[in-house]
Design a binder for this molecule. Structure first.
Ligand SMILES: N[C@@H](CCC(=O)N[C@@H](CS)C(=O)NCC(=O)O)C(=O)O
Length: 220
């Protein structure tokens, strides 16, 4: 079994966080020639990372990977709890990925000031802030983690996506504001002994990516 992934990739760190929760170590490989190469597409037709390879199983999609790993290695679950708790964790993950992350990704090309289109930035920021408010409303009201008292897949998605949120907003001149549930869940995730070190190692990679684009423009 091995996992194609890259250190900076948002969905790769989501899976690394889940692996940490599970206490599982899987061989990690960089996609041959990068994830847009023909060589990688020949192995993983979606040409996305992360992708898990287990014999004849080729499995892109972070949620599918994490659910499969939970079925193969159920001793420590990334999606734990009762059916309702598990359903909430999956629901939150999908809202974070499909509503918020999908908008944040549209801002990547806007980080470098030379490429920036203020109209696009304004409309995407508006939509992303709306998505962040929705997620705030759907997070567990008692916490401390995203889906309740136990860390889960939902925290993996939240920590991964907010690493980018928190680095990109200041670069676009926007204040970083979290609702109280989001703030509490992020703090709980960062303090969690398995998740904390993974996200602490990841945040500087994201900050460096953002800084490189901003300072490149300042040098020009
Ligand atoms: N829904 C997929 C998204 C994976 C994804 O988009 N990964 C990015 C890297 S973080 C990627 O591979 N992008 C390829 C591309 O944009 O061409 C998942 O959950 O794994």
């Amino acid at each position: 079994m091995h996992l194609y992934e890259l250190p900076l990739s948002l969905y790769s760190v989501k899976v690394r966080l889940a692996l940490a929760l599970k206490g599982l170590d899987i061989e990690r490989r960089e996609p041959p020639g990068g994830y847009r190469s023909d060589a990688y597409r020949a192995i993983v037709p979606s040409a996305t990372i992360p992708a898990l390879i287990d014999g004849d199983l080729v499995l892109p999609e972070s949620d599918a990977i994490i659910a499969y790993l939970d079925e193969c290695f159920p001793e420590r679950l990334a999606i734990p709890g009762t059916p309702k708790e598990r359903a909430r964790a999956r629901m939150l993950t999908r809202l974070i990925d499909l509503r918020l992350e999908a908008k944040i990704r549209l801002l990547f090309p806007q980080v470098a000031p030379a490429n920036r289109n203020e109209e696009i930035v304004d409309s995407v920021l508006y939509a992303a802030n709306q998505a962040a408010e929705l997620i705030e409303d759907m997070l567990d009201p008692s916490g401390p983690f995203a889906a309740g008292p136990t860390p889960s897949l939902a925290d993996c998605a939240l920590l991964a996506t907010f690493s980018w949120h928190d680095a990109i907003w200041p670069a676009l001149g926007e204040p970083v504001q979290h609702g109280p549930r989001t703030e509490r869940a992020l703090a709980a995730g960062k303090a969690e002994p398995r998740l904390g070190p993974v996200i602490a190692a990841y945040a500087p990679l994201v900050e460096d990516w953002v800084l490189a684009r901003v300072s490149l423009a300042q040098r020009q």
